[in-house]
Write a protein that binds this ligand. Sequence first.
Ligand SMILES: [Zn+2]
Ligand SMILES: [Zn+2]
Length: 468
Amino acid sequence: MMAQCGLRWALLCGQVVDGGKLVLNSAYWARDCQGLKQEGCWVSTTAVDSAQHVPGGLLEAVTAWLAEHEREVTAWREHLHSYPETSHNEVETTAFIAKVLRHHGLEPVLFPATGLYVDIDDLHSVNDAASDGTEHDDAAGLPQPGALRVAFRADIDALPIAENTGLPFASKNPGVMHACGHDVHAAVLLGFACAVADAVKQGAALPQGIRCIFQPAEEVMDGGAPSVISWGALSGVSTIFALHVEPKLAVGRIGIREGAITSAGDVINIEVVGPGGHTSRPHRSADVVYALSRVVTELPAVLSRRIDPRSGTVMVFGAIQAGATANAIPKRGVAKGTIRTADIAVWNMVEPLLRELIGDIVRPTGCDVIVNYQRGVPPVVNDAVATVVCADAVRAIDPEAVVQVPQSSGGEDFSWYLQHIPGAMVRLGAWNGQGKRSDLHQEDMVADPRAVGIGIKFFASVLDRLFG
Ligand SMILES: [Zn+2]
Ligand SMILES: [Zn+2]
């Protein structure tokens, strides 16, 4: 436990783990380390001299930058919203982001398909020697010992939905809409990258390198995050942060949650087959309707006795089809449903368990069964320390702004990054405070433009908490 905790802290602090002992770099860390101490970790609050403080802090620098560039950033967001592209097709979106980054003196690295990342470094930083030259050595694209870079991720794809918002900058691409707020995410990260780059040019110090990942294809099952990771985007990265627009939360508020903030959502398709026959002679056939009914009623019940109820695991069937007439036993029937869970351990074991249970339920009926199981994404499980960092970052912007949010039953492929490194995702308030609160993935979803600047400041404030 000690080594694991120490490693977590070291990844976030970018500081030294010496023989399993962890050195914390501010009283802030000490305040929140009681949990670690209770778990038996050795914790010191020794100040670390090598950690450079950014003069005035990045939040201050970025806030000043925003005051000058607000119209520019708003224009970027509106452009991204006007020209949405669906998953894996973000060609123009990628080109636009790359163009803006290059205009600010940055050198984006394009992914093989769509999307890109960009690194921001302070070449005079004390830690650059450790972070440079090691990032691309790992063929698996995973973090390496000594990794120091802090990453921020935005997804950039849109949905196949016809927009009906009436916005002056509504989608110009028929049938495609940024209904999940990824235009806001991309504009936040773009503004943040440009603001930090400009701040560094004007003398701000970055004790650690930064990576901004503009990820494609979040909205589809074969999502972008695993590809982005396989392309090396996490190489040299120690921790990662992201935000997601929340149109039900007032703009200015930022929602946090330790642990699972989204859920895993898998899809199951169960096909039961038999020889078919007359309903007067079920003993000479195999009753597909009966077998399927057993599955639909017994499977969720048995599952609830095999899985910890605290895991928030829910199985619900949304479709069932079998037969066409009263006096004929059909040859096949199908039931389709979803399995959602808040617990990553359950997500890792639920598919084989379901296959076992389905087999046991159908076997006595004499029918055969074919199970098609489609894994979605794991839950986004926010690291405890990273969540504290986020909460403190929000408070530095506005002491009243931080709120606890419930776990969403939706999925998010940011979870794949957190399988490799610690980090956290927050909910960015986007309701304008008047009228109806729209929902994500709806044709009338609207995000308040002020959310973009707040998101940019939030990312800067996270860096201040990590570097300060
Ligand atoms: Zn979405
Ligand atoms: Zn989304």
